[in-house]
Design a binder for this molecule. Structure first.
Ligand code: AGP
Length: 606
């Protein structure tokens, strides 16, 4: 989704801004732009498509400004073309914006009545004209304060002013924004990943705050324009150089990294010598909690659904799950003894953040399971369980999904033990099995060749279905989502037992259907459902686990076998061939695997 970079330096900034914008590319975008200030003039260049197009523009190469802002845009209001790309500028001010201004139509009417002319179809342009209007009567701080108070909706902003050669303004409400500190220069960024290549010293703005960035210092203000003191955080530099290595795509690398990332997660939480789980400083007693609500979006929601099965199996808690965009607008019955868990790779997903914020406002117990530990969701949760799977760049979440499931499983086991819902022997047995998971994932990754061949059939079909029961149902949903987002093939995930209540009508001769039927307690039932789709002409790809007992069915099109382990852990293994199926299918179609069309890695608008 949109990304912001700002640099105030003594040296020309255009090439550093371009390089930083490249770091933001993974978020998903459709146009890019830059504005620098030189000799009392704002130079602005924008282009449709990739940052490369912008970089090639000779005007960008000749930019001499030592202060500037850059942006990658994911279109919300107006087509993804160079006119609507950011920055948007008047004669006096230039603005980049992440988020949505909900009252832009009304503000535009007012500004037109004051004589302002609009060039784009964007909501952002109203901010430019509002600041310009307010500057007629106010100084910088007051004009910003007044402008921000007029805006409804969400925003992170970077602003430069024609007659202010040593000043960038940053402001945030709802969308993340950070300030970075360098030697004789300072930075603004919507994402610590982009700032990390320049500095590891960072300050995050809180909602409602704005800042003035000069070369040698930064001042912060609350929404009333009162100065506030902020902490400078030192980020770990370990992930500074995360790249594709020899892989064609980040996604391919991230799939193959899963044995290592699971090992890291296990190392962080499992006490090897005692076969116990370490969760330090959990702020509540487990007997203060009798219910748990798990909330996320997309893949993170699928890991919540998975966790519902584990929590119900391993604890006596009441378990509910929710899609964040639904939860945030419903009339929720907040319960004192409930724990609200927010699952997110990026920790910046706008809907998940809003759901967390709502729970915090209602004084609920909030906990997050996130990958990016500097993120807004992590910072504003009362307790955080990091995923520890490292930077994930591919828009399609892979290693973070397995990481989220790992932590949720560990959390369920520990709560089950503390509440005495499971006995110590059973707990120890499960920990021992868990420690073998990275190796099993490594072996399951070897199913590569077969999946490559199979993917052709999916590419030729009009649509496909992914079916599973029990622990395999969330994985069916995740498999269908992966195929949709990468190969743009219609794919539906369904509980296998629901087929005859409607979706069976979709099955026709030759339709590829993935059946997830590991040998768990649902196996026989799922195999019966498989026969029902085969009888109606489906081409069934059966994904099961290795066993000495053959599957009794003559008409299976293809079979892929994952390794065997206890029922709780099979979902991790079933996920692997589905990730690969989506990857190879998109690869054969020649699609942009790491940046699928219309999608963004960090969904910072609702
Ligand atoms: C996953 O492949 C998706 N790209 C998407 O569903 C993602 O999981 C969702 O947007 C939530 O993101 P988060 O984990 O960063 O909150």
């Amino acid at each position: 989704m949109c990304g912001i970079i700002g640099i105030n330096s003594n040296k020309p900034v255009s090439s550093t801004i371009i390089n930083s914008l490249k770091k933001l590319e993974y978020r998903g975008y459709d146009s890019a732009g830059i504005a620098t200030l030189y000799d009392g003039l704002i130079d602005e260049v924008k282009s449709e498509g990739r940052v490369n197009n912008l970089e090639k523009n000779s005007l960008v190469q000749s930019m001499k400004g030592t202060i500037g802002i850059g942006h990658v845009r994911w279109a919300t209001h107006g087509l993804p073309n160079s006119i609507n790309a950011h920055p948007h500028s008047s004669q006096y001010v230039s603005v980049v914006h992440n988020g949505i201004i909900e009252n832009s139509t009304l503000l535009k009417k007012f500004l037109i009545s004051k004589g302002h002319n609009f060039k784009s179809q964007t909501d952002t342009e109203v901010i430019v004209h509002l600041i310009t209007e307010n500057l007629k009567t106010e100084n910088i701080v007051n004009s910003i304060k007044k402008t921000l108070k007029s805006l409804q909706g969400s925003f992170a902003l970077g602003i430069v002013f024609k007659d202010q050669p040593d000043l960038i303004v940053g402001a945030r409400r709802g969308s993340p924004l950070a300030v970075g500190y360098g030697p004789n220069e300072n930075y603004l960024g919507s994402d610590s990943y982009a700032l990390k290549s320049m500095t590891n010293k960072i300050t995050y703005l809180n909602d409602g705050e704005f800042c003035i960035i000069k070369k040698d210092h930064v001042e912060f203000f609350d929404e009333d324009g009162v100065k506030v003191n902020k902490k400078v955080l030192e980020l770990s530099s370990e992930e500074k150089s995360y790249d594709k290595g020899d892989y064609k795509h980040f996604m391919a690398k991230e799939i193959e990294e899963q044995p290592t990332t699971l090992k890291n997660g296990i190392k962080e939480y499992i006490d090897n010598s005692n076969n116990d789980i370490n969760i330090y400083n959990f702020p509540w007693k487990t007997n203060e909690i009798n219910a748990i609500t798990l909330i996320g979006c997309g893949t993170a929601y699928h890991s919540c659904l998975m966790a519902k099965y584990w929590f119900e199996e391993l604890t006596s808690l009441d378990v509910s799950i929710d899609i964040a965009s639904e939860f945030r607008y419903r009339k929720n019955r907040f319960k004192k003894n409930s724990l609200y868990v927010f699952v997110s790779q990026s920790g910046e997903t706008a809907d998940t953040y809003a759901a967390l914020d709502l729970c915090n406002q209602n004084n609920m117990k909030t906990c997050s399971i996130v990958n990016v530990i500097e993120s807004s969701i992590a910072r504003d949760s009362k307790f955080v369980l990091p995923i520890h799977c490292g930077t994930e760049i591919g828009v399609a979440s892979t290693k973070a999904f397995l990481g989220q499931m790992l932590i949720l499983y560990i959390f369920a086991l520990k709560i089950g033990l503390l509440r005495k819902d499971i006995i110590k022997e059973k707990f120890t047995e499960k920990i021992k099995d868990l420690k073998t998971l990275p190796k099993l994932v490594e072996q399951t990754l070897l199913t590569d060749n077969k999946i490559q061949t199979i993917s052709t059939t999916f590419n030729e079909a009009k649509g496909s279905m992914f079916l599973g029961r029990g622990f395999s149902y969330p994985i069916a949903l995740e498999g269908a989502l992966k195929l949709k987002e990468l190969s743009y093939i219609h794919a539906e995930g369904y509980p296998a037992g629901e087929m005859k209540h409607g979706p069976l009508a979709l099955i026709e001769e030759g339709m590829p259907v993935v059946i997830l039927a590991p040998r768990d307690s649902y196996y026989k039932k799922t195999i019966s459902n498989m026969q029902e789709v085969i009888a109606r002409g489906a081409k069934v790809l059966l994904i099961t686990n290795k066993s000495k007992d053959e599957v009794i069915s003559e008409n299976i099109w293809e079979k892929v076998e994952v390794e065997s382990t206890n029922d709780d852990l099979l979902p991790f293994l079933l996920t692997i061939p589905l990730q690969k199926l989506a990857y190879y299918s998109a690869l054969k179609k020649g699609y942009d695997i790491d940046k699928p069309r219309n999608l963004a890695k960090s969904v910072t608008v609702e």
